[in-house]
Design a protein around this ligand. Structure first.
Ligand SMILES: Nc1ncnc2c1ncn2[C@@H]1O[C@H](COP(=O)(O)OP(=O)(O)O)[C@@H](O)[C@H]1O
Ligand SMILES: [Mg+2]
Length: 174
């Protein structure tokens, strides 16, 4: 499944990563799948938390990686299914999980460690890859396959750049 890198940004704090997630949450459509990749501590869950708020999940509802269950479900303006495949040991195991019940639905799916099931993701997907640069900086590479996902990324880029125009480029000295 070829994905084309289309947008790379660097965030300088967990709040900035949450904000990026938030903005994507505000524009997500039913049936969207967000694949989150990157090492442990890269910021996948922080991004998911911001995304959920942007989707309208109330502030008093905790958004965290599912631990004992495979999927956490939150109610925003659309249902939000938060999947974490960290504990998955083989791709074959994924087939027993019934992930298709969450993909292609009335809701939005966020999949942490999505790279563990490359063949079982929907064809149309937004991939958010987070890479640890320094203690507080992450390089975030955003890719899309499919028309809807590509449109969402373009819109996200516009929203992000619009915000950045009004902010100091260096949050430490600004
Ligand atoms: N720019 C940043 N973006 C996201 N997280 C950051 C950033 N800088 C530091 N962090 C820290 O990195 C950790 C990310 O944790 P988490 O989101 O749970 O990662 P993952 O789900 O990828 O394992 C948190 O402790 C957070 O405070
Ligand atoms: Mg996580």
């Amino acid at each position: 499944m070829p994905t084309q890198p289309i947008y790379t940004i660097t965030t300088h704090s967990e709040d900035e990563t949450r904000r990026l997630g938030f903005l994507l949450g505000t524009i997500a459509h039913a049936g969207d799948t967000i694949a989150l990749t990157g090492d442990l501590g890269a910021g996948k869950t922080r991004f998911a938390q911001g995304f959920g708020r942007g989707l309208g999940v109330p502030d008093d509802e905790v958004i965290n990686s599912p631990t004992f269950t495979l999927v956490n479900q939150y109610a925003g303006r659309l249902p939000c299914y938060h999947i974490d495949l960290y504990r998955l040991t083989t791709a074959a195991e994924a087939e027993t999980l019934g992930l298709d019940d969450y993909f292609y639905t009335d809701g939005v799916c966020l999949v942490e460690w999505a790279n563990r099931i490359p063949d079982d993701l929907p064809e149309e997907v937004i991939t958010i890859d987070l890479h640890h640069l320094t203690e507080t900086e992450r390089r975030i590479t955003i890719c899309a396959t499919g028309a809807g996902a590509t449109a969402r990324i373009s819109q996200l880029q516009l929203l992000w750049e619009k915000e950045k125009r009004y902010e100091p480029t260096n949050p430490q000295t600004g």
